[in-house]
Design a protein around this ligand. Structure first.
Ligand code: AMP
Ligand code: ZN
Length: 495
C-alpha cells in the first residue's frame, strides 16, 4: 500500500494519508452550483480531485467518491427568475452540461447527489440542531446556526473569532472573509422564490447545510477526505464542520484537500477582464480536450496554475509527443530479444511517477518522468536498441501514466465534433471558430499526418503486424484517403 503524503488544510501540514477503515477511502467533493456552464477554474479543481481518486485506486484502495450538485441556492434562484423559468428547468440544462463537460475532459464520474432530492433530511438535521440548542428559529421562519455554541469555530480557516458578536446574523450563502456571524441553515420563503414544505416549516436549505447532510448520509459521520477549491475553506467548509461536529460530537472529515485558484494570463479570471473561459469556449476555439486536461494537470494542485494560450499550445505538443512514442512502439518492428537498459528504464519510470504522486500529488514531476522515458525510448528506437521484449514494459509504463492523466487516447476529433454539435443545437453556432470548423471539415488529416501514417503502415508490414497495417489503412480510407501500392512504392490521393 502506498505512502501517499497529502497536505491537510486542517493541520496545515503534509501528512501520510491513511484511510479510517482498511483499504477503503470515503471521499466527498463539493460539486458545481449549476447556474451556468463550468469554467476552467472549476475544472482545474474537479480534475485535481479526479486525479487524486484515480491515484488512490491505482494505489490499491477502494474509493467511494461522492460529489454534490448544488441545484438550489441564491444565485440559481436569481438567475432562474431572470430567465423566467422554474428552478428545476433552469438547473437541468446546466447539470447536463456539467456532465457532458466532465466527460469531454475524461473526469471519471463520482456518485452524484442532488440537494433538491434531500430536502426532508436537511429539515430533519436542522430540527436535531434546534433540539440540541445549537440552532434557533427567527420570526420569519428561518433557522440559524449559533456559532457561539461551537467553540472550535475557525479551526479550519485558522480565524480567531473569540471576540465575536453573539447573535449577529448573516443569511446569504457566501459572505465576507471575516464574518463571524450566525449563518443561515434554512431560509424562510421570500415572495416568488422556490420553497419546500417540511417538518420545520416551509423554506429551502442553505448551501452549507446541503453538504453536511449529504456527505454524512452517503459516507458516514466521519469520513476520510473532503475536497474543493481554496475559496471554500471559509465560510463553506468551516460551516460544514460546525454543523456536523456539533451534531454528532465526532470529527467530520479527516483530510481537507483544497486546490489553489487558477489564474488566466496572470490575472484572476473575470468576465469584465475578458479572460473568462468555460471549457466549451476553449473547445469551440479549436483546442483539444486532451491539451486542456494536460495543461490543467501540469501544475501540482497546491500551486497556482497560470493558464495561458501559449501553455495550451505547449500542452498539445506534449500530448502529441507521448502519443507518437506510443504509436512507434505499437507499429514499429523490433528484433527478437530484450535490452536490459530498456526494461530498467520502464520500471524506473513507474517508480519515479509513483514517488512524485506520493509526494502530495506532484503531477509536474510525474509528467517529467514519462517524458524522459519517451525521449530515451525514441532515441533507442532510432538507434535500433529496443528489442521485441522491451515493448510491453514501456507500453505498461505509458498505460500506468494514462490511468491517472488520461490524455493518450486520440478521441479529440470526435469530442470536438460533439461540442460543436451541442453549440449548434443551442443556437450558439456562431461561437464555433474558423479553426474548429477547418479542423472538423478536413477530417483532421494533413499531408504530413498522412505521410506519417503511411510510414507506420510500412513499418507494421515489415514487422509482419498485418492487423496494425490493416487498421491504419482503414483509418486512412475512412478519412477519404486512397492508398495504392505501385511498383515505385506506396502512393496516396484524396478521394
Ligand atoms: P461553484 O460552481 O462556483 O460552486 O464552484 C465549483 C468548484 O470550483 C468549487 O470547488 C470552487 O472552489 C472551484 N473554483 C471556482 N473558481 C475556481 C478557480 N478560479 N480556480 C480553481 N477552482 C475554482
Ligand atoms: Zn460543499
Amino acid at each position: 500500500m502506498t505512502a501517499l503524503r497529502l497536505y491537510n488544510t486542517m493541520s496545515s501540514q503534509v501528512e501520510e494519508f491513511h484511510p479510517l477503515t482498511g483499504d477503503e477511502v470515503r471521499m466527498y467533493a463539493c460539486g458545481p452550483t449549476v447556474y451556468d456552464y463550468g469554467h476552467i477554474g472549476n475544472f482545474r479543481t474537479f480534475i485535481a480531485v479526479d486525479l487524486l481518486q484515480r491515484y488512490l485506486r491505482q494505489s490499491g484502495y477502494r474509493v467511494g467518491y461522492v460529489m454534490n450538485i448544488t441545484d438550489v441556492d441564491d444565485k440559481i434562484i436569481r438567475n432562474a427568475a431572470r430567465a423566467g423559468v422554474g428552478v428545476q428547468q433552469y438547473t437541468a440544462k446546466y447539470e447536463k452540461a456539467f456532465l457532458e463537460d466532465s466527460a469531454t475532459i475524461n473526469i471519471q464520474q463520482p456518485k452524484l447527489v442532488r440537494a433538491t432530492e434531500h430536502i426532508p433530511e436537511m429539515a430533519e438535521f436542522v430540527a436535531r440542531l434546534v433540539e440540541k440548542g445549537i440552532a434557533y428559529r427567527t420570526e420569519d421562519g428561518s433557522y440559524y446556526f449559533r456559532i457561539a455554541k461551537f467553540p472550535e469555530y475557525g479551526k479550519l480557516s485558522k480565524k480567531d473569532f473569540s471576540g465575536m458578536l453573539d447573535g449577529a446574523r448573516v443569511d446569504v450563502d457566501e459572505y465576507d472573509k471575516d464574518s463571524a456571524r450566525d449563518f443561515a441553515l434554512w431560509k424562510a420563503p421570500k415572495p416568488g422564490e422556490a420553497f419546500w414544505e417540511t417538518s420545520i416549516g416551509p423554506g429551502r436549505p442553505g448551501w452549507h447545510l446541503e453538504c453536511s447532510v449529504m456527505s454524512m448520509e452517503e459516507l458516514g459521520e466521519s469520513f476520510d477526505l473532503h475536497a474543493g477549491g481554496e475559496d471554500l475553506v471559509f465560510p463553506h467548509h468551516e460551516n460544514e464542520i460546525a454543523q456536523s461536529e456539533s451534531l454528532t460530537g465526532k470529527p467530520f472529515a479527516h483530510f481537507w484537500f483544497h486546490a489553489r485558484f487558477l489564474l488566466v494570463e496572470g490575472e484572476k479570471m473575470s468576465k469584465s477582464l475578458g479572460n473568462f473561459f468555460t471549457l466549451r469556449d476553449l473547445v469551440l476555439k479549436g483546442h483539444k480536450p486532451s491539451s486542456i486536461r494536460y495543461l490543467l494537470t501540469s501544475v501540482p494542485y497546491r500551486h497556482q496554475l497560470n493558464f495561458t494560450f501559449d501553455g495550451l499550445k505547449q500542452a498539445a505538443v506534449s500530448v502529441e509527443r507521448l502519443r507518437n512514442f506510443r504509436q512507434r512502439l505499437t507499429a514499429g518492428s523490433f528484433t527478437d530479444g530484450s535490452n536490459p537498459g530498456m526494461q530498467t528504464l520502464a520500471s524506473e519510470t513507474i517508480d519515479r511517477m509513483r514517488a512524485a504522486l506520493d509526494d502530495d500529488l506532484n503531477t509536474a514531476q510525474a509528467q517529467a518522468a514519462i517524458f524522459e522515458m519517451a525521449r530515451k525510448g525514441n532515441a533507442a528506437i532510432d538507434a535500433g536498441e529496443i528489442k521485441r521484449d522491451d515493448v510491453a514494459p514501456l507500453q505498461a509504463a505509458l498505460a500506468r501514466f494514462d490511468e491517472i492523466f488520461s490524455v493518450l487516447n486520440d478521441d479529440d476529433g470526435a469530442k470536438m465534433k460533439q461540442v460543436s454539435d451541442w453549440a449548434t443545437a443551442e443556437g450558439r453556432g456562431e461561437e464555433i471558430s474558423p479553426e474548429l470548423r477547418a479542423a472538423l471539415q478536413s477530417g483532421e488529416l494533413s499531408d504530413s499526418d498522412i505521410e506519417k501514417k503511411l510510414a507506420e503502415m510500412d513499418a507494421a508490414r515489415k514487422g509482419r503486424k498485418f492487423d496494425v497495417s490493416d487498421a491504419l489503412r482503414a483509418e486512412l480510407t475512412a478519412a477519404g484517403i486512397l492508398v495504392e501500392n505501385t511498383k515505385d512504392g506506396v502512393r496516396w490521393k484524396r478521394k
